[in-house]
Design a protein around this ligand. Structure first.
Ligand SMILES: *Cc1c(COP(=O)(O)O)cnc(C)c1O
Length: 432
């Protein structure tokens, strides 16, 4: 299978090239414009088929030109020492919990699969790579945990000093080994600028095999198909084309994974993109006009995106709002209703849910007021990551999982640098 650039359809690259380059040369994203029909493979999965089996079979269907079945199975086995879980919320809403991985968010699936794939390719070619990334807090920890102790790979994470939460800082800085946390005296924008400048330096890029691992990477997207396929298999409804997925969305990478699976034959009736006040996408479906906006801060802050990067992939796949509307609906939820949902789910079920998950649950419940169906609503982060907000909302302490408690007790290991490209360059040169 080959992968195409959203901005130049004459481009066709292997999975290996797509994951190590991240962005295509034109600035576009890689996607699959021709997909294998996997209807029969998906139908062969049962509630007894394990998540890793489903991941390995699906990945092999995509990668059989480049890797053997055993190599793919090893990549999957190295990537996933955690699984999704399904939990009934109420009659026709089931929560697909994707937060049981090392950094407690759904991003662990994509980051772990990418890390494991890169390790496999580098090992075969005796090459090394340096992953360089900037974080404002949350996204860095999935990458740090995924690449921890991966052979032939160093990870350098830039974060703004004093501007990430104490727990997030611990998550980034306590691993050590091949994970290097650089505390930048500056803002998140400074961190991003430093990363951009490094990638723009051809000599540095080449000598270090400098690579990004950000959320648009095709390797992350591929892994985000697996849990949709697993969830449909778990439901075992025979005619599961009555299923609807609700996906709390920001950059739309998670939902694009589900849609990719659907385009390969996964029987799904509809995808619902649940968004917060950042509603460029539902506005596009309504008007047919795509108007990026500055992002608006909300409680579901991992979804505060005014120009979703995966819109470009969806547009390449569907072509128009009319076509997209056949598969996707989208609704926006206010901060007020987000908190109200956190409260009402706690009162009804005793479960704590994170604000992103709450946006999805609210949309799912409203949809079922006017429509028939069974909804699988994605739970994207562990509530403990948003303990402060939840505790303020329902006046109950949110228990911290053991892994977070442990991390809090570990010593911080980071190096402070100025927001200066020469200081970063010196550090990177030192990794050679
Ligand atoms: C990243 C993130 C989202 C949004 O996912 P996209 O793929 O960007 O749409 C939702 N919830 C949580 C907790 C996240 O970390």
């Amino acid at each position: 299978m080959r992968f195409t650039d959203t901005r130049d359809r004459s481009v066709s690259v292997s999975f290996q090239d797509a994951i190590f380059t991240g962005l295509a040369e034109s600035g576009g994203l890689y996607y699959a414009d021709k997909n294998p029909d996997l209807t029969r493979l998906f139908a062969s999965f049962t509630p007894q088929t394990s998540f890793n089996e489903i991941a390995a079979e699906t990945a092999y269907a995509f990668l059989s030109d480049e890797l053997t079945k055993t190599q793919v199975a090893d990549i999957v086995q190295n990537a996933f020492q955690f699984e999704p879980k399904l939990k009934r919320i109420c009659n026709n809403i089931i929560s697909l919990e994707l937060f049981h991985g090392p950094s407690l968010s759904f991003k662990d699936f994509g980051a772990s699969f990418l890390a494991s794939s890169m390790e496999a390719y580098l090992g075969r070619q005796s090459r090394r790579a340096v992953i360089l990334t900037a974080t404002s807090g949350d996204t860095g920890s999935a990458v740090a945990r995924a690449f921890y102790k991966k052979a032939n790979i160093d990870v350098v994470i830039l974060y703004p000093s004093g501007k990430v939460s104490p727990l997030q800082e611990k998550q980034l800085t306590t691993l050590g080994e091949n994970i290097h946390a650089l505390e930048v005296r500056g803002t998140f924008d400074d961190c991003q600028r430093l990363v951009k400048e490094s990638f723009a330096d051809p000599e540095l890029k080449k000598s270090l095999n400098l690579t990004s691992a950000n959320s648009i990477n095709l390797g992350r997207l591929m892994a985000q198909t697996f849990y949709y396929i697993w969830a449909v298999a778990q439901m075992n409804t025979g005619k599961s084309d009555n299923l609807i997925f609700t996906v709390p969305s920001g950059n739309f990478g998670n939902i694009t994974g589900g849609i990719w699976a659907h385009l390969c034959g996964l029987p799904v009736r509809k995808f619902i993109a649940a968004v917060n006040a950042n509603k460029v996408f539902p506005d596009y479906l309504e008007t047919g006009v795509y108007k990026p906006q500055p992002s608006i801060p909300t409680y579901s802050n991992a979804m505060d995106v005014g120009n979703p990067s995966n819109f470009e992939r969806l547009q390449a796949l569907y072509g128009s709002a009319e076509k997209m509307k056949e598969d996707i609906e989208s609704y926006s939820v206010s901060n007020h209703l987000t908190l109200k949902t956190i409260r009402s789910i706690y009162e009804k079920t005793g479960e704590f849910i994170c604000p992103h998950t709450a946006v999805g649950i609210y949309v799912s419940a409203s949809y079922l007021k006017n429509n028939e169906g069974k909804i699988i609503s994605l739970a994207t982060a562990h509530p403990a990551k948003f303990a402060e907000l939840i505790e303020k909302t329902i006046q109950k302490p949110v228990p911290l999982p053991l892994s977070l408690k442990k991390v809090q007790a570990l010593p911080k290991k980071s190096e402070k640098i100025d927001a200066d490209r020469e200081m970063l360059r010196a550090f990177l040169e030192g990794l050679k």
